[in-house]
Design a binder for this molecule. Sequence first.
Ligand code: KMT
Ligand code: NI
Length: 177
Amino acid sequence: MRAYFYDNSEADQRESHDSGRPVSIEKLSAIGVMYQHLEGSEQERLSQVEKVCEQREYKDRDEIQISPTLLPNYEEKIKTFFTEHIHEDEEIRYIIEGSGFFDVRDAGDEWVRIFVEQGDLLIVPAGIYHRFTLDTNNYIRAMRLFKEEPKWTPINRPEADQNQYHVEHLRSIGASI
Ligand code: KMT
Ligand code: NI
């Protein structure tokens, strides 16, 4: 697991942007983000993903491949993914292949960057401001898990500032509102 405060430099979003200040799994969990690296064969990892789906009543899933050649409307999608937003449901991702970065806002509104790669399971809570980018390898294949009705719609900042899921998230992590 590699997570750290983002350096806020203007360099390409795909670069690591490591400020040198690490962030632990415990700190991620304190802001409602669940990170787990699944061990074992691909089959064993998938059965662990199944268990999480059962526990959380996530009944459906799809797969997304992101690369300049594999994803239709790549440029547009990449911009959407990297625009700061929330969802009114958890964003659960299991990384099958490749890698990338999820950025999430901590209780002090600072960006925390989480590197994700094969075998990683990441649960981004409802209401947290976040964004996603590929890294310089330009490829990820991920499973997206959701309840029967996916609420993909991103709500961007600042429109989501008053959103009840966002306000509730801030309250739950003890952020000052
Ligand atoms: C999202 O909602 O930001 C995505 O699905 C990004 C890609 S999943 C690795
Ligand atoms: Ni999102």
